[in-house]
Design a protein around this ligand. Sequence first.
Ligand code: ADP
Ligand code: MG
Length: 257
Amino acid sequence: MTSNVETSADRAAQATPIIELRHVDKHFGDLHVLKDVNLSVGKGEVVVVIGPSGSGKSTLCRAINRLETIDSGEILIEGQPLPQEGKELAAMRAELGMVFQSFNLFAHMSILQNVTLGPTEVLGLPKAEAEARAMELLERVGVASQAHKVPAQLSGGQQQRVAIARSLAMHPKAMLFDEPTSALDPEMINEVLDVMVDLARQGMTMIVVTHEMNFARRVADRVVFMADGAIVEEGAPDEFFDHPTSERARDFLNSIK
Ligand code: ADP
Ligand code: MG
């Protein structure tokens, strides 16, 4: 843990950002989905992205992992441009954990196999070592007792926690969460958010797209509000939620109350 004197904002100012977007533009046909997006996420920072449906939040996350290409601008990971393809791209993707709304676990594999696959296949870890580390991670997210089941035998909340463990097994530099609790029954939301709160407290660099405003208030270093493909406003959570300056943000916050 870092000392509590140095804030994450201080660290962000000092060091090369883990993730940086410079003047990123993206169209889908005639639709301008990312408009001159500039975003810098420092080591250990937690940035929560909110905004109406269709505002480009998922496209932003997917662009960072190069699941989507961009038309212009730059995306840098620790100061390095995103590789275009091949082994370099695969290696970079492994360094950015991504957790989606749908859990995306491999249905025919056990929970343990889901978590060991990347480390054995991509990182080349021996099986025993990968399994030991996987069990630690499953323990950490509270599903170790489910290790030998298949995903369909688990609740949605448990599956999403496995998906987080699976990402962590790759030792990511940062984690991207795209509405990780939106597909969950209400009683399962907190068990997933609690895992994310722990991760944040342990210093993980995170971008989180979510509609969970309590989570944003508690955990975010910065809230970024997107509308129509642009970052309209950003700020510290209390400042943003209590005194939004743009009308778009005020309307959005009123609409979700
Ligand atoms: P959000 O995650 O904020 O709801 P998205 O990034 O998913 O927004 O989408 C932004 C806009 O881009 C929406 O209008 C959506 O319909 C459109 N869009 C997303 N993906 C595609 C795609 N693959 N092809 C065409 N349009 C897309
Ligand atoms: Mg989305």
